[in-house]
Unconditional design. Structure first.
Length: 374
């Protein structure tokens, strides 16, 4: 699969090209930068606008095989001369680049949402041009994305408190197709925001199932949470790293039964074993061979639970499942923070909970917006 290049790489390349055209008086058709990943990026330069003290040009975002909403977008850099002898470079965002309005992100509140690595890349590339031409003054760099505000509505930015446009991002300068890193980075950003706002507990959930149950039974609206796939183990790791005191995991039996076997990435491509784990719980509850075979033949956990319910062992099975979930969650965090879990199903509602789950949910009720759906 083909990798692409980040908005940060586009911004750095456009800024370098604009600086060359401003200081060198030349017109460029392309420019070369080296990304932090060590990969050369040589995009074409588009939509040039040149005057005596300012040059603007654009680089078109190429996302490779990644389904990126910014693919094909023009990222502009306007570079203008500043009449001083400080030899500085200032970097800011223009049209379509968001502004940070909440703490806990890469940039402080009020700054343009141009992250640290892209800022460094832009500064380094422009500095190379200034040194080449022995330019003694300062340069102002404005990064803009004309359709950024519209694109941002399709991203996490509005939920994160980034208003008015997209973010200029990227830590390696390249975009990996269907990047796991991108998903986990998003989880980290949301958890970091919640922590920065004072939350001691992070409530996490693996998906949309059970939204009505959680709202009606506990008064929690999972629609406030972020969708970030199946990375339960990584999310627990991040919660520990960021200094949370506790984590409460809430989710559907179809995902969370996997945790009773120590499976921390619940994607079916990684592991399944749902029926095997349901059968293991039934063995612990005294089920015979016929019942076990019926469970193993099921295609859904709810079907398997119905068999347990009909046999009168569902309660004991869930006690075993919750015990193992508690064990593996605690093992993952190495006992450094409190971990609790609530498991439900669409048909039955609450199926099981660890010993301190409801008490932890009550303690965390005062934290506004602390739900993170992974």
């Amino acid at each position: 699969m083909n990798y692409g290049f980040t908005t940060g790489s586009c911004a750095a390349a456009a800024a370098k090209a604009a600086a060359y055209m401003l200081l060198g008086g030349v017109r460029l058709t392309n420019v070369t930068i080296i990304t932090p990943a060590g990969i050369e990026y040589k995009p074409e330069i588009e939509d040039m606008s040149v005057s005596s003290d300012m040059v603007s040009c654009a680089v078109r975002k190429y996302a490779g095989d990644d389904p990126d909403v910014t693919n094909g977008t023009l990222v502009y850099a306007s570079v203008s001369a500043v009449d001083d002898d400080k030899n500085d470079i200032s970097i800011d965002g223009g049209q379509g680049v968001g502004r940070v309005t909440r703490p806990g992100l890469d940039q402080p509140v009020g700054n343009a949402a141009i992250n640290s690595v892209p800022r460094q890349m832009i500064g380094d590339e422009v500095r190379k041009v200034m040194n080449e031409y022995d330019y003694p003054g300062s340069l102002s760099v404005i990064i803009s994305v004309p359709d950024g505000e519209e694109i941002a509505r399709k991203t996490f930015n509005p939920r994160l408190g980034i208003e008015g446009g997209i973010s200029i991002i990227g830590t390696t300068g390249i975009v990996e197709p269907m990047s796991t890193r991108a998903l986990i980075d998003t989880i980290r950003v949301e958890l970091n925001q919640i922590r920065a706002e004072g939350a001691q507990t992070a409530v996490i959930s693996p998906g949309n199932y059970g939204m009505d149950f959680m709202r009606e039974h506990y008064g929690y609206d999972l629609d406030r949470a972020v969708k970030c796939s199946n990375y339960i183990g990584e999310t627990l790791d991040i919660a520990v790293e960021l200094g949370f005191k506790s984590v409460l995991l809430c989710g559907h039996i179809g995902k969370l039964v996997k945790l009773s076997g120590g499976i921390m990435n619940t994607h079916s491509h990684e592991a399944d074993c749902r029926m095997e784990l349901m059968a293991a719980a039934a063995v612990r509850s005294g089920a015979g061979t016929g019942l076990l075979n019926s469970i193993l033949d099921c295609v859904s956990t709810e079907e398997a639970y119905q068999i347990m319910e009909d046999a009168g062992i569902a309660g004991r099975c869930m006690e075993h499942i919750m015990d193992r979930i508690a064990f593996y969650m605690d093992a993952r965090v190495k006992g450094r923070i409190e971990t609790e879990c609530i498991v439900y199903a669409s048909k039955w509602g609450l199926l099981g909970k660890t010993a301190g789950a409801e008490e932890l949910l009550g303690r965390s009720a005062g934290d506004d917006g602390l739900l993170v759906r992974i």
